[in-house]
Write a protein that binds this ligand. Sequence first.
Ligand SMILES: *[C@@H]1O[C@H](CO)[C@@H](O)[C@H](O)[C@H]1NC(C)=O
Ligand SMILES: *[C@@H]1O[C@H](CO)[C@@H](O)[C@H](O)[C@H]1NC(C)=O
Ligand SMILES: *[C@@H]1O[C@H](CO)[C@@H](O)[C@H](O)[C@H]1NC(C)=O
Ligand SMILES: *[C@@H]1O[C@H](CO)[C@@H](O)[C@H](O)[C@H]1NC(C)=O
Ligand SMILES: *[C@@H]1O[C@H](CO)[C@@H](O)[C@H](O)[C@H]1NC(C)=O
Ligand SMILES: *[C@@H]1O[C@H](CO)[C@@H](O)[C@H](O)[C@H]1NC(C)=O
Length: 703
Amino acid sequence: MDIAQILFFVSLLLPLHLSLSEHRISNAGDGDTIIFTTLGRSHYEFDIFSLSTTHPPSISVELQLTDGESVNFNGYFPSPSPALISLLPDETLIQLEDSSPLHLIYVTERNGTSSIYYDLVSSSNYSDTTSNQRRSVLEAAPSRVQIPLLSSSHRSGTIVNSFKDKPSLIGEFLVYVSTHENSGEPRTSWTAVYSTELRTGLTRRLTPSGIADFSPAVSPSGNLTAVASYGERGWTGEVEELSTDIYVFLTRDGTHRVKVVEHGGWPCWVDDSTLYFHKRSDEDGWISVYRAIVSENGTVTIQRVTPPGVHAFTPATSPNNHEFIAVATRRPGNDYRHVELFDLKRNEFIELTRLVAPESHHFNPFISPDSSRVGYHSCRGEGNGRRSPLLLLENIQTTTSDLSLFRIDGSFPSFSPKGDRIAYVKMPGVYVVKPDGSDRREVYTGMAFSTAWDPVRPGTVYSSSGPTFATERTEVDIIAIDVDAADKALSVRRLTTNGKNNAFPWPSPDGKRIVFRSGRSGHKNLYLMDAEKGEAGGLWSLTEGAWSDTMCTWSPDGEWIAFASDRENPGSGSFELFLIHPNGTGLRKLIQSGSGGRTNHPIFSPDSKTIVFTSDYAGISAEPISNPHHYQPYGDIFTVKLDGSNLRRLTHNSYEDGTPAWAPRFINPNDVVLRRKNDSSCSFEDCHWLNKNPTLKDQKISC
Ligand SMILES: *[C@@H]1O[C@H](CO)[C@@H](O)[C@H](O)[C@H]1NC(C)=O
Ligand SMILES: *[C@@H]1O[C@H](CO)[C@@H](O)[C@H](O)[C@H]1NC(C)=O
Ligand SMILES: *[C@@H]1O[C@H](CO)[C@@H](O)[C@H](O)[C@H]1NC(C)=O
Ligand SMILES: *[C@@H]1O[C@H](CO)[C@@H](O)[C@H](O)[C@H]1NC(C)=O
Ligand SMILES: *[C@@H]1O[C@H](CO)[C@@H](O)[C@H](O)[C@H]1NC(C)=O
Ligand SMILES: *[C@@H]1O[C@H](CO)[C@@H](O)[C@H](O)[C@H]1NC(C)=O
């Protein structure tokens, strides 16, 4: 049997793709299309890598375990149980005896949706552990068998549209996080722990209903699971290190749930009574790793493990290994996050990834059951020769067959009236492109944000020229760009001139007026002006008050203007969505995300009956420290009917999703490639708040 045959068998095991295609509509015409932005997403190209814990680390021994497709993260080295082995095609079983392949379970985002995969990877290039000199099929590249867990149709656990995280395999059971069940409460995370029996797909929720659990870890015996959780308190908007507690419950059924540690996250077990976790030290402010020992009488002893002077977090352990743990660190003076071992006997760090790839972030280590390997995820480098294409539109799988959903590589997208062009912002600059990725042109080179197409003047796109998130007095003005102008110098008309933060222009469907927000009164409120001559042709105040009204859009039927406002709690940072008739009557609140929540960027559907928007309605989906920097580690795309009914969550991830647009016509749910990427795409930042050195007071954070 050769590799082609093995891959053929593997492809038969991918009913994910088959069941997917059943959902897909091939004929354009009916159905809705929504596109949105994820800040920075096109820069994450994580793969899972591994280093030996016994050999000196170097680039030549770093093993790339995942296949260079998509975003692969949060790996786990399972002990290969019979249930796992039974998933493998028969042909590969010979290989199990022949070589010593690595078993890896991890989270992947291929096809735009979070899945948990199991890969069997040849380790024969790295014969540092055993005598695998014998030739085997798996020795040839690509030496991999890949099986999606949880997604095949013959198992009942088809949990498609959700964020998945932190998988562990305990015998027959996969234990993991998923967000597929609505918490039922605004601004409450949907993140809960589930266990799925691999053979039957039988899935059980282990987290009590109404509660969110993050970062589960199963004890070596499998009996206990520890999680980070706010318990009944719920998430209140924390975006840095979380003040979660650590709870332990029976993996079997989630019962006997007890809080064992006050303040802690990212637990992991050494034995069934010892767990490690991270938290910010109350004494010195350094994020550090701690150990909790639970004695038979239930007393919990907590000891600090890593010293002040280094942020050390996301610990990893292996069963009964009391010699060392693995951690990620941020050291003062180093801008990169690295994986290190921490020698528990000598109380010292042993550097790993800085010696391999000093200028790359490395995340969330995990250790093999025999302690011989440490895994982590990191940007795939130039070295491996694989470069994923840069997608203009990345299709995000949904469970609704009449909706296609895309992530666009840019922000503030909007569609031309016929849907044959998209305008978007890629700071600094405004671009237009056809939905098939062709004809992409920069139409405005300055700093600008928001785009809206004129419904009657062909090729006219409105935007706000100036910086985002600025004060009322900042110079921002509304411009109209003729995207087809032959003479670029004459392509921009300025519709406001007072420079008092005039932004978010949106034309009325008859093309006569423009609604926008302006800080001209000292507060950001909504105004209407003449679309042709700008404010010189007529200016009307629509809302007025000592608060901020912003992000206004006009319904295609002309009846409503939707906007975001903090009017119920001015200056609090909390925004809700409101509707108002263009004549100033009918003001009402459409939706609010809990108390202190954020709900922004409302856009109408073509039939004016529904609004798509971004919100923290579903809280956070992972501990922010386990991810790269996000200005807000929350924000998902939702739709809601104008009467406030039928609230639907469309995206599930731990990124910041925002600035949606609703297409006037259906776009088939396929990725649209912009071009091949020509860089290693590792230009994202680590959590800015980890740059803080707690021993230096009033330190400026540079970013
Ligand atoms: C899923 O993504 C893979 C590439 O990562 C692609 O080959 C496959 O066609 C996609 N499946 C669907 C149903 O889009
Ligand atoms: C294994 O070695 C072969 C030949 O040296 C090389 O082409 C291949 O990329 C290696 N595989 C991995 C996973 O590094
Ligand atoms: C795990 O549970 C089983 C069955 O209840 C028990 O026999 C075993 O001793 C437990 N293991 C540990 C380490 O607690
Ligand atoms: C519980 O056990 C620990 C160690 O086994 C001991 O130090 C402690 O005194 C005991 N506490 C109680 C309340 O019995
Ligand atoms: C304002 O506009 C709404 C919606 O078009 C309309 O129903 C209402 O009668 C108008 N009110 C006034 C006072 O013009
Ligand atoms: C890719 O980048 C290299 C160096 O950065 C450059 O020489 C080459 O022309 C680029 N290729 C493309 C297709 O942009």
